[in-house]
Design a binder for this molecule. Structure first.
Ligand SMILES: NC(=O)c1ccc[n+]([C@@H]2O[C@H](COP(=O)([O-])OP(=O)(O)OC[C@H]3O[C@@H](n4cnc5c(N)ncnc54)[C@H](OP(=O)(O)O)[C@@H]3O)[C@@H](O)[C@H]2O)c1
Length: 280
C-alpha cells in the first residue's frame, strides 16, 4: 500500500508521485495523468522549465483538484524576492489553479556563476516564504541543495525548507545530504529515481530483480522507499505506471539494501549544483 509522508507543517504528501519532465505533448500528458490517477497516483511533479504546465492543467481539468498534489518549481532566471513571486503567479495561471501544494527552487545559485550565491538563495527564499504566508503555496522547498547550500540558507530563513528534491538512485546514494535533511526534518524527494532510465541494465540490479521476481525499476524504487524517500518516477507509458506504483508491495532485506548501497556510479543526470553554468 502506498504511504503518505508528513511534512513538518502537518501536510501530507504521497511517497510516490508522477514525474513529468520530458512529457510535453498534451494528449500524451492527459493519457498518462488520467491513467496515473486511476492507478492511485495523487502527486504530480512539474516545473516551469519543463514547458508542460499548460499540458498538466489540461490533463487535470476533469480530476478533483482537492485530491491532487501539484508540485512546481521556479526556474533559475527568476531568482530573487520579487521575481520568484511573479514566476509563481505565472505558473498558477498556466496550471489554472489557485494554489500549489509544493513549490521548489529548481537549482541553487551556483558558486561557479555567482560569488554571492548565498545572498541570492536567501533572497529567493524570502520570496518563497512570502508565497507560503500568502497561502498561494502550501509548502515550500528546494531542489539540488547540498549540505553547504542548506547550512547557508539556515542562517536567514524564517521557514525552513520542507522538502529537498535531489537526484538519488542506486549508484548515487547522496548519503551526506540524506542524513543532514533527515536530521533537520526536511523530507527528501528522489528525482530521477531510476537514474533517468540509465541504470536499469546494471548487472547487480538485474540479478537481484530476477531473484526477487521483480523488475529493476521496482527494485530501485523499493530501495528508495525503504530509505524513507519520496519517489517521482517518470514514465510516458501507461503500462509502467502500475509497475512503478507496486514498489510498495514487497521488501528488500538488510543485506539486499546494503548491496544496492554499494553499487558504484552507473549513470544518471549527474549535474553538480556547484558547477552548473548552463542554467542561467
Ligand atoms: N529537481 C530536479 O532538478 C529534477 C531533475 C531530474 C528529474 N526531476 C523530476 O524527477 C522525475 C523523474 O526523473 P527522470 O525523468 O529524470 O527519470 P526517472 O524517473 O529516473 O526515469 C525515467 C526513465 O525511465 C523509464 N522508465 C520509467 N519506468 C520504467 C519502468 N518501469 N521500466 C523501464 N523503464 C522505465 C522512462 O521511460 P518511459 O517514459 O519510456 O517509460 C524514462 O526513460 C522527472 O520527471 C522530474 O519530475 C527533477
Amino acid at each position: 500500500m502506498m504511504r503518505l509522508m508528513t511534512l513538518r507543517n502537518g501536510n501530507k504528501i504521497p511517497q510516490i508521485g508522477l514525474g513529468t519532465w520530458q512529457i510535453t505533448d498534451r494528449d500524451l500528458m492527459k493519457q498518462i495523468v488520467c491513467a496515473a490517477y486511476e492507478e492511485g497516483y495523487r502527486l504530480i511533479d512539474t516545473a516551469a522549465a519543463y514547458s508542460n504546465e499548460i499540458a498538466v492543467a489540461k490533463a487535470i481539468a476533469n480530476l478533483p483538484r482537492e485530491e491532487l498534489l501539484l508540485s512546481d518549481k521556479v526556474w533559475n532566471t527568476n531568482r530573487g524576492y520579487e521575481a520568484v513571486q511573479e514566476a509563481c503567479r505565472r505558473s498558477l495561471k498556466k496550471l489554472k489553479t489557485d494554489y500549489l501544494d509544493l513549490y521548489l527552487i529548481h537549482w541553487p545559485a551556483s558558486g561557479k556563476l555567482y560569488p554571492n550565491w548565498s545572498d541570492i538563495n536567501a533572497d529567493t527564499w524570502r520570496g518563497m516564504e512570502a508565497l507560503y504566508r500568502e497561502g498561494l503555496v502550501r509548502a515550500i522547498g528546494v531542489c539540488n541543495f547540498k549540505v553547504h547550500h542548506l547550512k547557508e540558507l539556515e542562517k536567514t530563513v524564517e521557514v525552513f525548507p520542507f522538502v529537498n528534491q535531489i537526484e538519488i538512485h542506486p549508484g548515487k546514494n547522496q548519503q551526506e545530504v540524506i542524513t543532514y535533511c533527515m536530521d533537520k526534518g526536511i523530507l527528501l524527494e528522489a528525482s530521477s529515481p531510476l537514474g533517468n532510465g540509465q541504470i536499469l541494465k546494471n548487472e547487480d540490479l538485474v540479478s537481484l530483480a530476477e531473484e526477487k521476481g521483480k523488475t529493476v525499476a521496482q527494485i530501485c524504487l523499493r530501495w528508495e522507499i525503504q530509505k524513507g524517500l519520496i519517489v517521482i518516477p517518470k514514465t510516458a507509458r501507461v503500462q509502467r505506471l502500475r509497475e512503478n506504483f507496486s514498489a510498495f508491495d514487497f521488501k528488500l532485506t538488510d543485506s539486499e539494501m546494503e548491496m544496492i548501497d554499494n553499487i558504484p556510479y552507473c549513470g544518471g543526470i549527474g549535474i553538480d549544483s556547484d558547477e552548473v553554468t548552463q542554467f542561467g
